[in-house]
Design a protein around this ligand. Structure first.
Ligand code: ADP
Ligand code: MG
Length: 407
């Protein structure tokens, strides 16, 4: 069974009146233990593809089977577990915590996985990438290549079966880039499936299979040998440019290093700054929680309304009622409470419904956000139910009164 299989995978973004077809009808199969490069010019849809295949984002249409399981049918919790245990990610900007040692940076996924005694495993991962003697160094005391190796150690510390790397050599000089590619090749030899995203042909040819994209579509899918034969001129030009690039830039920590280590992406000249994966998550999470609260509040007010109604029904003596007799004070208070509850149920239901719907839509379109979808959905459902019931409670007595008046 293929590790990755997509059928008609599509991702569209709505930008005002137009639609950006970031990914268009992608049919791709990647077997276990493959080493695939996804390449193409900037804006061709490589990162979008990686976000979808890495379960960081959801498709607009199409099916994605990961290890035979339909990703669309997995719960948020199952997906989070898959991302944490089975998939590793490496990014162009390393995304390390700057004030923390290499060892603790690598421990982070183990904390999420609630593994006891994470340090020995983190140390082994750092040894696998050749940094056994740098474990107490902080990112700003390391070169770019070393930082990327820490990021790779962090990506493999949970022994993933699948490793995604988005422009992992983009911030490195060519020699350091080659060392990083050697590590990916070694990991692939050890059985890890590697999917590498790069716009550089000379990096892409280091994979065993090269998938070339343009305008959100796959335009070719070649073995390494076929690709080299077809792109001779381009590769020769890239080799010449690398030879002219001058001395190794990576012997000392780059000056922009502190900012990069802080996780703030520094745009490289060739590529636009990578889209942040997590920046909108707290906002959307708060939105999802808020919508759920309003939905639940609406249901609470409905229950209060029913409670007051039952109270009035049980305590009211029909003999006390009638034309000209004022209702007893407790019935007045309960009646007032019913009115207020109805109003509050309607208003908070409306907020829960629309807020939940809008948060859900955003969660669908912003990369890196899977969590909170269900909360927003429940907020919208509870809100919708409360609004519908409140409307019925107002409309039915009015209609009944009108009918009575006509009869
Ligand atoms: P690549 O990684 O190959 O440079 P991307 O996958 O980042 O390309 O982007 C593919 C296309 O989708 C581009 O035209 C880009 O502008 C667009 N795009 C990507 N993300 C978004 C987004 N969140 N909203 C709108 N358009 C997007
Ligand atoms: Mg990209």
């Amino acid at each position: 069974m293929a590790l990755i299989e997509t059928v008609g995978l599509t991702k569209h973004y709505r930008m005002g009146d137009s639609i950006v077809r970031a990914l268009d009808d992608i049919n791709l199969i990647i077997e276990q233990r493959e080493f695939v490069a996804i390449t193409g010019a900037s804006g061709s849809g490589k990162s979008t593809m990686m976000h979808l295949l890495g379960c960081l984002d959801r498709p607009t249409a199409g099916v994605y089977l990961l290890d035979g399981r339909n990703v669309a049918e997995l719960s948020d919790r199952e997906l989070a577990a898959i991302r944490n245990r089975s998939i590793g990610f490496v990014f162009q900007t390393f995304n390390l915590i700057s004030r923390t040692t290499a060892l603790d940076n690598v421990c982070v996924p183990l904390f999420y996985a609630r593994r006891s005694a994470p340090r020995p495993a983190a140390r082994r991962a750092l040894e696998r990438v050749g940094l056994g003697d740098r474990i107490t160094h902080k990112p700003n005391e390391m070169s770019g290549g070393e930082r990327q190796r820490v990021a790779i150690a962090r990506a493999i510390v949970n022994d993933p079966i699948l490793l995604f790397a988005d422009e992992p050599t983009g911030n490195l000089d060519s020699r350091t880039g080659e060392q990083i590619m050697d590590i990916f090749r070694e990991l692939n030899d050890q059985g890890v499936t590697v999917v590498l995203v790069t716009h550089e042909p000379d990096v892409a040819v280091q994979a065993r299979r090269i998938v070339h994209m343009r305008d959100g579509r796959i335009i070719s899918d070649r073995t390494r040998e076929q690709y080299i034969a077809e792109h001779k001129a381009e590769l020769a030009a890239a080799a010449a440019a690398a030879a002219h690039a001058g001395p190794d830039l990576d012997t000392a920590p780059p000056t922009a290093g502190a900012a990069m280590a802080d996780g703030e992406p520094t745009p490289s000249p060739a590529e636009p700054a990578p889209r942040p994966l997590t920046s909108s998550r707290p906002v959307l999470m708060a939105g999802a929680n808020g919508a759920l609260w309003f939905g639940l509040m609406a249901i609470f007010f409905l229950l209060l309304l029913v409670g007051c109604g039952v109270y009035v029904k049980l305590t009211l003596n029909p003999k006390q009622m009638g034309p000209g007799k004022p209702p007893p004070p407790q019935a007045m208070i309960a009646g007032l409470a019913m009115l207020v509850s109805l109003l509050l149920a309607f208003v908070s239901g409306l907020i829960g419904l629309f807020w939940g719907r809008s948060v859900r839509r955003k969660i669908r379109t912003v990369p890196g956000n899977w969590t909170g979808r269900r909360r927003a959905l429940w907020g919208a459902i509870c809100g919708g139910v409360a609004v519908a019931i409140s409307i019925v409670l107002v409309v039915v007595p009015i209609v009944a009164m009108l009918l009575k008046a006509r009869a």
